[in-house]
Design a protein around this ligand. Structure first.
Ligand code: CDP
Length: 239
C-alpha cells in the first residue's frame, strides 16, 4: 500500500504551477526569440527562418520543414552535464518538433526550413515543457503564422496524488517498501493546444493507471490556460 502523501515539498496545491516568467525578443540576432521559466527551470528559444533549405535535395515544394534542437547547458544542472548531443537531447528535440508542428502553417513556406534552437539555462525538472513554451512564443515572435499556441506542462503522480509542474525533488520522490527506498513518482509531460485543447505531446516516465493518465490530461488542460496567459502577456509586450 502506498502511504498517503498529502503535501508537496514546497507546499504548493496539487494543481498549482511554480511561478512562471516569460519574455520575448531576448536574442537580437534571431528572427524570433523567447524565454520561459517554471520556478528554477529556465529555457530560452531562438527561431531562424523560414529560410531556403539546403542542400536543395532536402527541399519539399509542398511545405516547409520544422527543425528543433534542444540542449541542456552544462552549467544548468548541479552535476555538470557533458556538452554535446545525447540520446536524451535527440529524443526531446524530436518530440518538441512533433508538439509544435500541428499549429504551424508549414504549407505557406515550400522549400524552406524553420530552425528552432532551445537551450535550458537552469534545470529543475520539466525542461522539455519550458522549452516547448519558449519555442511556441519564439515562433510567434518571429511572425510565423500559427493556428493556436502550444502550452506544455508536466503532470505527475507523486505517491498517490496527481500534481502539476513537478520539481526535480518531486520527480525523485521515493517511498519505503519492504525496508527499501523505491521510486514512487511518475512524470507525464503533456502539450495542450491553446484553443482546441488538443494534445500534441504525451509522454510517460514511471507507472500509473489509465485513470491516472485521464486525470493528468484533464489537469494539463485546466492549467494550460494559465500558461497561455503568461505567454500571451509577454507576446503583447513586444514593441
Ligand atoms: O527536464 P525534463 O523533465 O523534461 O526531462 P527529464 O529527462 O525527465 O529530466 C528531469 C530532470 O533531471 C531535468 O529537468 C534536470 O533537472 C535533471 N537532469 C540532470 O540533472 N542532468 C541531466 N543530464 C539530465 C537531467
Amino acid at each position: 500500500m502506498t502511504p498517503k502523501t498529502t503535501k508537496r515539498p514546497d507546499g504548493r496545491a496539487n494543481d498549482e504551477l511554480r511561478e512562471m516568467k516569460a519574455k520575448t525578443g531576448i536574442v537580437k540576432n534571431a528572427d524570433g526569440s523567447a524565454m520561459f521559466s517554471f520556478g528554477n527551470t529556465v529555457a530560452i528559444a531562438a527561431v531562424y527562418g523560414p529560410r531556403k533549405l539546403l542542400p536543395q535535395h532536402l527541399q519539399n515544394p509542398e511545405k516547409g520543414k520544422l527543425r528543433c534542437y534542444y540542449d541542456l547547458a552544462s552549467f544548468s544542472v548541479t552535476e555538470r552535464k557533458k556538452p554535446g548531443p545525447s540520446r536524451r537531447s535527440s529524443e526531446i528535440s524530436f518530440v518538441t518538433g512533433k508538439a509544435l508542428e500541428p499549429v504551424i502553417r508549414l504549407d505557406n513556406y515550400p522549400n524552406t526550413v524553420i530552425d528552432v534552437y532551445i537551450l535550458v539555462l537552469q534545470a529543475d525538472a520539466s525542461t522539455r515543457c519550458a522549452g516547448i513554451n519558449a519555442a511556441a512564443m519564439a515562433l510567434a515572435n518571429a511572425g510565423i503564422p500559427m493556428d493556436e499556441m502550444v502550452t506544455s506542462v508536466s503532470i505527475g503522480k507523486m505517491g498517490d496524488i496527481i500534481v502539476a509542474d513537478l520539481t526535480k525533488e518531486e520527480e525523485d520522490f521515493t517511498i519505503e517498501k519492504n525496508g527499501k527506498e523505491e521510486k514512487a513518482a511518475t512524470d507525464i509531460p503533456i502539450a495542450v493546444l491553446s484553443r482546441s485543447k488538443k494534445i500534441s505531446l504525451l509522454q510517460l516516465d514511471g507507472k500509473c493507471t489509465k485513470e491516472d493518465v485521464k486525470e493528468a490530461v484533464q489537469l494539463a488542460k485546466k492549467v494550460s490556460s494559465k500558461i497561455n496567459q503568461v505567454q500571451m502577456e509577454a507576446l503583447k509586450k513586444v514593441k
